[in-house]
Design a protein around this ligand. Sequence first.
Ligand SMILES: [Zn+2]
Length: 288
Amino acid sequence: MALTFTDFPLDHAGLKRSDPDWIDEQLHDPKARAVLFAGGDLACDERGQDMILPARRTRMLPMKPPGLIFLGLLNETPWFAGTLEDGVAGKGPDFRISAINAEPDMACVYARARSLLAWHGRRKCCSNCASAMKALDGGTRLTCSGCGMDHFPRVDPSVIMLPVAGDRCVMGRQASWPDGLYATLAGFIEPGETIEQACRRETEEEIHRPVTRVEYVASQPWPFPSSLMIGLLCEIEPGEVIPDDDLEDARWFTRDEVRAIYEGEVARWAPANFSISRLLIDRWLDAE
Ligand SMILES: [Zn+2]
């Protein structure tokens, strides 16, 4: 099964979405659907059902700016999304639970919606001149009414890596994590860095071990709110691990110790297909 959020089924319709008349046609398509959010979670109705409705039934509902945005086409069905005003509907379960329980294609639709809506929620005025902005291209562009600057949804590239040396790897844990859960290291790529440089810097900052080799494995969109996780295995020099202040702990594990963690109680916190952290760990275990 594909990693969650990677089985992306939507046609972005990039050549058509700049035409407002075409977007309006999609909205009036009887097949059009809209997924509604309450904050960062799916909204739910009074029966506790996720609010995924015919788009035309949602147009009178009070929504936060810019209203419905166009996500794309899924098998010729137009998909839209919007964030309801506070108090209009209930919140469904935590978004992670909704994504884990969704079909792979719908998890991607939810993820795209969550990232785009979160961006709109944080872009209430132009960052260049503070004027009001208008949403274009179905909501994937904001243009400023004052200075004319265009603003596009941001994606934050991050490295996520499992440091290894022979039959051992290093995993860390944050104090807020469930008891016993250790996982890969991660950090944002800084301006001017390559992926490999970011991996070396983050690893050395977090566990104070030098990196000797970096291997790309896979990537995963991560809609919390809009990261792109770039998954790596990195070889490090054996020796003492000194965790950074951000980590509660970091230490060496053998393959057998890692298996014990991920086959035991902790497995329910780390579903096999949900995060690229688990994929990196599984890839290393399988390479024995
Ligand atoms: Zn401006």
